[in-house]
Design a binder for this molecule. Structure first.
Ligand SMILES: Nc1ncnc2c1ncn2[C@@H]1O[C@H](COP(=O)(O)OP(=O)(O)OP(=O)(O)O)[C@@H](O)[C@H]1O
Ligand SMILES: [Mg+2]
Length: 158
């Protein structure tokens, strides 16, 4: 399974646990460090190891999507830890999941990470302050322009 700290970015707080013994050791260490520790435990989505999708949502609409892939054999696909990406076709499911994530979490701007599972997608996490340098670099979408445009409309200067 996958164990995550609540804070920690760029994949640095995300660990893969292979068996019960390793999990017990990890929990013991967490407990000794801080008796009131918080963690997230997720099923390990095996179809998606080493790759995922980053979906960028602005004002409820998916404006960009890329498939990220790790290049060093690691299960984490974050570009910030050395992964690469290619543009990915936005289908109906991606459009719907992206829109619903931002609506339910009340986010004007959201970075939704999706994992591949059984020919479909599952949600990995939703970022409320997503970086977009990688998205601009790999998809050539002008994300900053979309964001400024949305903000101007929202505050009524456009
Ligand atoms: N349950 C899972 N199964 C398979 N791979 C996973 C799973 N959870 C995370 N990963 C991989 O690890 C990467 C990092 O995980 P995640 O997006 O949750 O953390 P993060 O980007 O470090 O978080 P944050 O944005 O909160 O700093 C994901 O992009 C994905 O490639
Ligand atoms: Mg992430």
């Amino acid at each position: 399974m996958i164990v995550k700290t609540l804070s920690g970015s760029y994949g640095s707080g995300v660990f893969m646990v292979d068996d019960k013994k390793q999990f017990r050791q990890m929990m013991k260490m967490a407990e000794l460090t801080n008796a009131r520790y918080n963690i997230i435990i997720q099923e390990c989505i095996e179809d998606s190891l080493g790759k995922d999708l980053r979906v960028l949502v602005v004002n409820g609409k998916v404006v960009g999507c890329m498939m990220r892939q790790s290049v060093d054999g690691d299960f984490r696909a974050n570009i910030t830890r050395g992964g690469e990406a290619i543009p990915y076709q936005i289908d109906e499911d991606i459009e719907w999941i992206g829109g619903e994530c931002s609506r339910l979490l009340n986010l004007d701007i959201a970075g939704v990470d999706l994992l591949f599972s059984n020919g479909s997608y599952v949600i990995c996490e939703v970022n409320s302050a997503p970086g977009f340098k990688g998205m601009e670099q790999y998809t050539k979408i002008n994300v900053a322009e979309q964001m400024v445009d949305f903000i101007q409309k929202k505050v009524g200067t456009k």
